[in-house]
Design a protein around this ligand. Structure first.
Ligand code: ATP
Ligand code: MG
Length: 423
């Protein structure tokens, strides 16, 4: 027998038992984004490799070792998008979306990173993210955080922990960087191989290291907070004041640096303890330099991205969304005339009740075997149409999930029946 071809390592199918949960999540999140006036943008999965090199930064995990990059038939170097912001900015510049206007945008879709697969970390994963362009003040930072908090409410999730930090401006980071390098160089013996390499190229990223062995060293490192200029400090204070006024609790985490180079000032993450090591379900921040860096007229920007797989796992962990999209009814049909009449009846019901989920049995077989399938479908009711019922223009209704008697309802009464069941 030929060997079965399997999915690529770290890339997963969302099977029909799980997809209702994805749909639920996507629908709720879209509603929330609409509430705040964010509009969807869809950009290609493939971009020129150069776009990610220039935006994410050469000395980052993503660009150094995680990108799916290949040459297409023309010899162009293309990359499967590892994140959504770069494409969003590229599209905005290219289509003039940033000229003298504020844009509130959101996107969703598959992202690709060649990481070591583990729970909550995949090679194809999905993000839903939003970006706001053209606003420099802390008010939009606050709005972005409020949008994300509303997601947890809309999904019925326990609120994760909000961590915030500020990275200051490029100049402020420059001064801090020197101090950090001095500190880390003095403890060179405690640095792992990767951090040693980063010491010369991108020392701030060492603070983002996932290595437990280096944690004490990182915890004791000098803090960027002490090197902030007046404007950066005010910006950060204003966000904190806003959060306090609204009553949104948060923790200032001075070690929060985020993986990408392009952030400035505000960064934040929502972190849960319910998912083990991969606990960040949403991450974002301000990236005032990026639009200019990619060739547009410089404008401020802020955004976030959520890991959909991790949110789905959270929903499952909290038992949310069970029984979504199960059919309301399963129509059991005798062969011959009842088959066609039943299909006709089902069509009428779908006309009258667009949200009714009704499976018509196909494939024949005895009533007994059809009832088994009805039961397995998860439907609340089996509707039965045999010769006898058809002659009397009634349908037998058998509750499958409760110990009630089978009853009969006239064809004309079915709409009422389902409405009264408040399905
Ligand atoms: P990490 O530090 O965990 O690698 P990151 O900083 O690379 O995260 P971002 O680029 O900010 O992550 O992506 C935003 C969110 O997307 C993350 O908080 C996470 O929820 C999700 N995410 C990132 N990488 C993956 C992945 N490989 N598999 C699943 N989800 C991911
Ligand atoms: Mg990463």
């Amino acid at each position: 027998m030929p060997k079965n071809i399997q999915a690529i390592r770290g890339m997963h199918d969302v099977l029909p038992d799980e997809s209702p949960l994805w749909q639920f999540l996507e629908a709720r999140v879209k509603d929330v984004l609409g509430q705040y006036g964010y509009r969807e943008i869809r950009t290609p999965m493939l971009e020129m490799t150069e776009l990610f090199r220039r935006s994410i930064g050469e000395v980052t995990d993503i660009v150094e070792k995680e990108m799916y990059t290949f040459q297409d038939r023309n010899g162009d170097s293309l990359t499967l998008r590892p994140e959504g912001t770069a494409g969003c900015v590229r599209a905005g510049i290219e289509n003039g979306l940033f000229h003298n206007q504020v844009q509130r945008l959101w996107y969703q879709g598959g992202m690709f990173r060649h990481e070591r697969p583990q729970k909550g970390r995949y090679r194809q994963f999905h993000q839903i993210g939003a970006e706001a362009y053209g606003l420099a003040g802390p008010d939009i930072d606050l709005e972005i955080i409020l949008v994300t908090r509303r997601f947890w409410q809309a999904l019925g999730l326990d609120e994760p922990e909000l961590q915030i930090n500020t990275l200051g401006t490029v100049e402020e980071r420059g001064v801090y960087r020197e101090q950090l390098v001095a500190y880390l160089s003095a403890h060179r013996d405690q640095l792992d191989e990767e951090s040693l390499r980063r010491l010369g190229s991108n020392p701030l990223r060492i603070l983002d290291s996932k290595s437990p062995a280096m944690k004490p060293l990182i915890d004791a490192a000098p803090s960027l907070m002490e090197h902030l200029g007046e404007a950066s400090r005010q910006h950060f204070d204003a966000i904190r004041q806003g959060l306090d006024t609204i009553g949104l609790s948060y923790r200032v985490n001075p070690r929060l640096v985020r993986g990408l180079d392009y952030y400035s000032r505000t960064v934040f993450e929502w972190v849960t303890t319910r998912l083990g090591a991969q606990g960040t379900v949403c991450a974002g921040g301000r990236y005032d330099g990026l639009v200019g860096q990619l060739g547009g007229r410089p404008i401020p920007a802020i955004g976030f991205a959520m890991g959909v797989e991790r949110l789905v796992a959270l929903l499952q962990e909290q038992g949310i969304g069970q029984g979504l999209n199960v059919p309301h009814a399963y129509l059991v049909l005798a062969a011959g005339e009842p088959q066609n009449q039943g299909m006709l009846l089902a069509e009428r019901l779908r006309d009258e009740l667009p949200s009714l989920r009704l499976i018509s049995h196909c494939g024949g077989g005895s009533f007994k075997s059809q009832f088994k399938k009805a039961d397995r479908s998860g439907a609340s009711y089996a509707l039965v149409l045999g010769e006898d019922e058809l002659n009397r223009r009634v349908v037998g209704i058998k509750p499958l999930r409760q110990a009630a008697e089978q009853r009969e309802v006239a064809f004309d009464g079915l709409r009422e029946f389902f409405l009264s069941e408040a399905f």
